[in-house]
Design a protein around this ligand. Structure first.
Ligand SMILES: [Zn+2]
Ligand SMILES: [Zn+2]
Length: 180
């Protein structure tokens, strides 16, 4: 009994971690940029980046797990005027779609990794901006996942230009895969 309770508690913890993973990842990126620009003294300079890296990896795994199944926190935090909300998020939807295309993703990753070798004040600023740009990508993907039924790019087969579709989308996101 106690074992079962402990297990369900760790599952719940993992679910909460996964649910908040996008925010945690954004915070980690800011922290990584901070460490990169102002390296901490002594041993921390070696241990902090490693600890952060492990935390990011764990958070990313928790996010993958979260995205595969139905999340009660997501359901309860769904805005009532989701359709209206989605209209304002057009740019994020576009980013989520463009960001997953190879012709954008590969050059982006090359510049992102390449910026690690940039030196001097201008190079370091460029590096920081590139790292911070990941935050927008993460937020775009999170918004897209939650409001996907209202994404004009998904419902229009990738076109996204026409907005004459007045059919009301289902009240909750499609989760047919996640229920399996
Ligand atoms: Zn969630
Ligand atoms: Zn979409």
């Amino acid at each position: 009994m106690a074992e079962y309770a402990a297990e369900s508690r760790s599952h719940r913890l993992l679910a909460v971690w996964g649910h908040h993973a996008p925010q945690l990842l954004c915070g980690s990126i800011v922290l990584a940029v901070g460490i990169g620009l102002l390296p901490p003294p002594g041993l921390l300079m070696l241990t902090a980046p490693v600890a952060l890296m492990l935390f990011i990896l764990g958070t990313w795994l928790a996010m993958r797990r979260h995205d595969r199944r139905l999340c009660e926190h997501c359901m309860s935090s769904m805005p009532l005027n989701a359709a209206e909300h989605a209209v304002k998020m057009g740019r994020r939807f576009w980013m989520a779609h463009t960001g997953s295309e190879k012709r954008f993703l590969i050059p982006y990753l090359i510049v992102l990794l390449g910026s690690n070798f940039a030196t001097g004040p201008i190079g370091r600023t460029f590096w920081a901006v590139m790292q911070l740009s990941m935050i927008y990508l993460i937020l775009s993907n999170t918004t897209h996942r939650r409001l996907q039924p209202w994404c004009p790019w998904c419902s229009d087969g990738g076109g996204g230009q026409e907005e004459d579709d007045d059919v009301a989308p289902p009240p909750l996101p499609h989760n047919d895969r996640q229920l399996a």
